[in-house]
Design a protein around this ligand. Structure first.
Ligand code: PLP
Length: 400
């Protein structure tokens, strides 16, 4: 029997034209079924019995093994989280900072991460510098030139006491890819050897990640965006350095090597692997849902084949938007990923456009800062959807 096409298996894609994959990916029915089946299994075996523990252990191990294959790292370096933000923040807060240390964060980070860094800086008396990458909008052409500029920006913005650099792998607003491996090498050569925290919200299951994931100190992602998984389950890949040097922050029984003996003098109670950042009871059935979506993605082609397809589709959309008078594209050449941001000249607010398109069952979003419109294409996007989006944007412009 042929594997089910992922798109045919997604109710969310049967009744609308969807371009918000960077916000949340649709969940295949097959994955929802895997979640329900796992939930039923837990009830049949348990929920709190000796019979259920082997099942839960198997679920955890098989999901970590699958993620470790995708990330190209050992499963012991992976911790489960609830979302990208907790994957970034839990290990970050446990890093050993000294008063006066400098944090360098890019100007394209997600508001929650920025706020957490600012609060950390306030509490520990650290300074914050901004790495200006928003202005790098060359697109897919001139990649080498862009990478050279980024490395120069890193060099000029690092200070002798910089202890952390925060940078997304794929910028959620411009759609530019950051050369994480090259940056990591630069940081290793710097006298203060800063940690590298990478927000992988937009890169996981979208662009190739293995090298970046291996080289970053903290590489945090979620299943609910480009992986088409359920919301509420993410993971973070941690370097051995972070596992050794960062102490657990939000501590619970899952962080512990053993629950017994905790009252007695136990100097190293925490797991030495990724589990030191896991906390307590979590939703086990989501693991089956994520594995199901990841397997369905695999059936649609290799990581490189899928990435190539996404780039082909996004260059079509970029090219067609580029033909429309009054559409201002953020990138100067076709996009390196499935993220395309743009604005429309002469309108009162970008929400007007989202609302107009929404009435036609086409879903794009407005970004908060800068207030650009963002459309994402994924392997489930079809040429007819792109044609409909272009026609609707033209219709919007004519209606005014
Ligand atoms: C770049 C980036 N980081 C973080 C987040 C927040 O993700 P989560 O809600 O999984 O923490 C998003 C969500 O859109 C994002 O795009």
């Amino acid at each position: 029997m042929l594997p089910i096409s992922i798109k045919d298996n997604m109710p969310a894609l049967q009744n609308k034209y969807y371009f918000n994959y960077g916000g949340q990916g649709p969940l295949p029915t097959e994955s929802l079924r895997a979640i329900t089946t796992s939930w039923q299994t837990i009830q049949k075996l348990g929920p709190f019995t000796n019979d259920v523990w082997p099942y839960i252990t198997k679920e955890v191990i098989s999901t970590k093994n699958l993620l470790s294959e995708i990330c190209g790292i050992h499963p012991k370096r992976i911790a489960f989280t609830e979302n990208v933000t907790s994957g970034c923040i839990l290990p970050l807060l446990g890093l050993p900072f000294d008063e006066g240390d400098h944090l360098l964060i890019s100007d394209c980070e997600h508001p929650g991460i920025v706020a957490a860094c600012k609060e950390l800086a306030r509490k520990k008396n650290l300074s914050i510098g901004i790495l200006p990458v928003l202005k790098l909008c060359n697109g897919n052409n001139y990649e080498a030139k862009t990478y050279k500029t980024i490395l120069k920006l890193i060099d000029t913005n690092l200070q002798k006491n910089t202890k952390l650099v925060v940078l997304s792998h794929l910028l959620w607003n411009t759609g530019q890819i950051m050369p994480i491996e090259l940056i990591s090498k630069r940081l290793k050569d710097h006298p203060s050897n800063p940690y590298l925290l990478v927000d992988a919200a937009q890169s996981f299951c979208h662009i190739p990640i293995k090298d970046a994931c291996d080289k970053a100190d903290i590489y945090a992602f979620t299943g609910h965006k480009w992986a088409y998984g359920p919301e509420g389950l993410g993971a973070v890949a941690l370097s051995t350095r972070v596992l050794e040097e960062s102490s657990p922050t939000l501590i619970g029984w899952k962080s512990l090597k053993a629950e017994e003996g905790i009252y007695v003098n136990n100097k190293a109670p925490f797991h030495s692997d990724g589990r030191r950042f896991e906390i307590a009871t979590s939703c086990i059935p989501l693991l089956a849902g994520l594995r199901s979506s990841l397997k369905m993605l695999e059936n649609e082609g290799s990581e490189t084949e899928r990435f190539f397809k996404i780039k082909r589709l996004s260059s079509i959309l970029w090219g067609e938007l580029n033909q429309i008078k009054n559409v201002e594209l953020v990138l100067n050449s076709s996009p390196p990923s499935g993220i395309i941001s743009f604005s429309i000249n002469g309108i009162n607010s970008p929400e007007e456009v989202v609302n107009y398109l929404g009435q036609k069952n086409l879903w794009i979003r407005v970004l908060e800062d800068p207030r650009w419109l963002r459309a994402c294409v994924h392997i489930t996007t079809e040429q007819t959807e792109i044609d409909n989006l272009i026609a609707a944007i033209n219709g919007f412009l004519k209606s005014r």
